[in-house]
Every structure is written in C-alpha cells, then in structure tokens.
Design a protein around this ligand. Structure first.
Ligand SMILES: NC(=O)c1ccc[n+]([C@@H]2O[C@H](COP(=O)([O-])OP(=O)(O)OC[C@H]3O[C@@H](n4cnc5c(N)ncnc54)[C@H](OP(=O)(O)O)[C@@H]3O)[C@@H](O)[C@H]2O)c1
Length: 163
C-alpha cells in the first residue's frame, strides 16, 4: 500500500493556529480534495475535530487514545497505527493519506513512501509547526504550481517527494 503524507506549510514550516489552518487557500483545498478523492484519510483526533465536516467518499481513520461510544458514518477510531494497518489490509487499500496534524505526521512519516507538500511562500502566525526533519529522507520528483486568482490566495506550489 502507498502511504502518502499530504500537508501544507508556510515558509517556516507553519502548519496550525488555534486548532485550524493559519490561512485560507482555496486552490490548496481543491488540490487536497481532488488528490485524496476515494482514499482513506488517516488523522489525529485534533485534526478530525478541526474539519468542518466529514469529507465525502473518504473513510476517516482517526487516531485517539479514547474510544468514543459512537462516530459519524464513515468515521472510525483507532488507538494504534497497528490497528489502522489491520483495517487497511482487510479493506485491500491500495493507498491511504496521512493528513495530519503534527503529532500524526511525526508518528507516521517513517512509514510513508510519498509526500505531497504544499509550500506556501509566506510567513504566518502559528502554534503548530511541521516536523521538517521528515523531509531529509525524501527527494522531489515533481513540482505542481497552484494557480488561481492571486488576491485570494498566497503564492504556493506543491512539491511531490519520494523516499
Ligand atoms: N497545514 C496542514 O497541512 C495541516 C494538516 C492537518 C492539521 N493541521 C493543523 O494541525 C493542528 C493539529 O495538530 P496536532 O499535532 O495538535 O494534533 P493531531 O496530530 O491532529 O492530533 C493529536 C491527537 O491524536 C491522538 N494521537 C496522537 N498520537 C497518538 C498515538 N500514538 N496513539 C493514539 N492516538 C494518538 C491524540 O488524541 P487523544 O487526545 O484523543 O488521545 C492526540 O491528542 C491544527 O491546528 C490543525 O489545523 C494542519
């Protein structure tokens, strides 16, 4: 199974502020939605709580020490990476996306073979920063510009890395 880390970071690795993204970037959100369409999304409990709702057509695999009594349709809670792997094996997943946040990137980056990182070329106020050491094991194989009306978004591009 391909395990793909997908993240957006500011020029200093900024990635979160007060439980949300530090920016509003419509082109990056579109890239995220199109890229992850139909695939399981692996995330930490805090990132799950930051979502505006359950994203259609994508099983949400949420890591948490807690086991809630109930969860919305297509949302599954797991207490360990081993349990998520078991789920993916059972479902015959060809790929899954690790969508954050910081704790989950740090935990699962060693198992990822591909990274899609949106580099936003601006500095932001942030309380959560991407673990940049993750990039050391990877090299860029493709760069995708994120085009759009320039006054609604920050200058950005997606770099695709492989191990
Ligand atoms: N820029 C981006 O691309 C991007 C992407 C995603 C998120 N974000 C931002 O990142 C921030 C959230 O990141 P975060 O690092 O604070 O939180 P997070 O990684 O989303 O979630 C942390 C939670 O995951 C659970 N967890 C972590 N390690 C675990 C383990 N080994 N086993 C079981 N459960 C585990 C715990 O849940 P319990 O406390 O329930 O046990 C922990 O509190 C937000 O601001 C969000 O908007 C940014």
């Amino acid at each position: 199974m391909d395990l793909i880390l997908i993240a957006a970071i500011g020029q200093n690795g900024e990635m979160g502020l007060e439980g949300q993204l530090p920016w509003h970037h419509p082109e990056d959100l579109r890239f995220f939605k199109e890229t992850t369409k139909g695939s399981p999304l692996i995330m930490g409990r805090k990132t799950f709580e930051s979502l505006p709702g359950v994203l259609k057509g994508r099983p949400h695999l949420v890591l948490s020490q807690a086991t809630p009594d109930s969860a919305p349709p297509n949302v599954f809670f797991f207490q360990s990476w081993a349990d998520i792997q078991e789920w993916c094996r059972r479902e015959h997943c060809e790929k899954a996306f690790v969508i954050g946040g910081r704790q989950i990137y740090a935990l699962l980056a060693p198992y990822c073979n591909i990274l899609y990182i949106t580099h936003i070329h601006s500095a932001f106020l942030a309380d959560t920063v991407f673990p940049m050491e993750v990039l050391e094991r990877f090299t860029v194989f493709q760069t995708i510009p994120l085009d759009g009306p320039s006054f609604t978004h920050y200058n950005a591009e997606v770099k695709c890395y492989r191990a």
